[in-house]
Design a protein around this ligand. Structure first.
Ligand code: TXD
Length: 319
């Protein structure tokens, strides 16, 4: 069977890390695309030269031509500009919307059968714009945010409880970052829900609230430390988990920004919800019942996403 082909649009911090992880995991051959000539070619060659040491077989190619994405099975989009300290994700909307229009056209022309994962911020609006501009089926276009937000939540919880990160699961809904909705009653340590762990004296409600706030601010915490860019290791690992589930038809249940058609009372926009990712793309949207407080938080998050999409429509009425 021929190797899969993974197209990476944007060869910056996340793009380079995606290429490295895709190589190490032997997910397929990799094409790194960027508009800055030399960077994708340099990173691809550097990574290819690491393959004999790490023992992986993958062709890595850097390019500034969309044509090279031809026949890609997966395309992961990080093209655009990241945040600088003091900027919100929403400040990026004008610049990155134009980038999504170009990238969407490139994907439509050269990789119309790909499973497309958008990472560019502001995520929930950019994934919508990418689906609109590419015209691909909504179940083949998803946004990466929830896997990262829940991974941050899981890491902080594992630290608090002094247990393995592997045994902590977390459930988050809603938009990326500030308005994400963590659901403690569906987040567990080896199946024990967080409210029970509070009752068992493992932690307190106050500490849990602090962890939730730290998770919401997780992106800003890294931006504040790095000063010249935003997080890239954990975002890349998160998107690779989604790509792997698609390529291997693993049918993992992962929180992703998915196109909703009435689920959770939302129609026609992208919002973070748990989905099943398999060979057909987003194969199922997992809809759980929310209590009143959870629903209120979720609705707030949805309204924030709607506001961003309205802003996109004003800037680019053709979308
Ligand atoms: O959870 C999440 N979704 C995120 C999102 C977590 C962290 C960062 N997130 C966002 O990902 C971030 O706010 C940015 O919008 C993207 C990419 O972050 P990265 O850290 O990789 O940014 P870089 O290093 O600046 O890389 C962006 C690359 C850079 O090399 C540009 O030259 C290129 O994008 N770029 C383009 N490539 C192709 N086509 C066009 N038009 C283009 N414009 C810029």
């Amino acid at each position: 069977m021929a190797r899969s082909k993974i197209g990476l649009v944007g060869a910056g911090q996340i793009g380079g890390t995606l290429a490295h992880l895709a190589g190490l995991k032997e997910l397929g051959d990799v094409v790194l695309f960027d508009i800055v000539d030399g960077v994708p070619q340099g990173k691809a060659l550097d990574l290819a030269e690491s393959s004999p040491v790490d023992g992986f077989d993958a062709k890595l190619k850097g390019t500034s031509s969309y044509e090279d994405l031809g026949g890609a099975d997966v395309v992961i989009v990080t093209a655009g500009v990241p945040r600088k300290p003091g900027m919100s994700r929403d400040d990026l909307i004008g610049v990155n919307l134009k980038v999504m229009e170009q990238v969407g056209a490139g994907i439509a022309k050269y990789a119309p059968d790909a499973f497309v994962i958008c990472i560019t911020n502001p995520l929930d609006a950019m994934v919508w714009a990418l689906q609109q501009s590419s015209g691909l089926k909504p179940e083949k276009v998803v946004g990466m945010a929830g896997v990262l937000d829940s991974s941050r939540f899981r890491y902080f919880l594992a630290e608090e409880f002094n247990v393995s990160v592997e045994d902590v699961t977390a459930f988050v809904l809603g938009g990326h970052g500030d308005t994400m909705v963590p659901l403690p009653r569906y987040s567990t340590v080896a199946g024990i829900p967080l409210p029970d762990l509070v009752k068992m004296g493992w932690t307190t409600k106050e500490k849990l609230d602090k962890i939730i706030q730290r998770t919401r601010d997780g992106g800003a915490e890294i931006v504040g430390l790095l000063k010249t860019g935003s997080a890239f290791y954990a975002p890349a690992a998160s998107a690779i988990a989604m790509a792997e589930s698609y390529l291997k038809d693993k049918k993992r249940v992962l929180p992703c920004a998915a196109h909703l058609t009435g689920q959770y009372g939302v129609d026609g926009i992208y919002v973070g919800v748990p989905v099943v990712i398999g060979a057909a793309g987003v194969e199922r949207i997992v809809e759980i019942e929310l209590d009143r407080a959870e629903k209120a938080e979720f609705d707030k998050s949805v309204n924030a996403v709607k506001g961003l999409i309205e802003a996109c429509k004003t800037i680019a009425p053709n979308l």
